[in-house]
Design a protein around this ligand. Sequence first.
Ligand SMILES: [Zn+2]
Ligand SMILES: [Zn+2]
Length: 101
Amino acid sequence: MIGANLTNETRKAVYKRDGYRCALCDSPRTIQIHHVMKRSQGGTNEPHNLITLCMYCHGVAHGTRFPEHADWMNAAEVHEACIEYLADYYAPDWYPWEGGL
Ligand SMILES: [Zn+2]
Ligand SMILES: [Zn+2]
């Protein structure tokens, strides 16, 4: 169902898969679930579209810049890193770029 909220069950499964740490910087603090492909772009609530990010990496993924971490990845790089991370789990059965970049 489009617009359905992420269930707690899925959220926990994704946290568990990712070891309860940010998939990008390994921080165990303030972890959150990020939809790699935006819901508005057809992204689903399936684990292969979900990744555990810390509050900071999650902010960057959504375009927030943190001056104290100016040398960290930008939003596009975070997005790519998320996809690479998930591809390690789900490729070649799943690939998010069927329509190309
Ligand atoms: Zn992080
Ligand atoms: Zn997000």
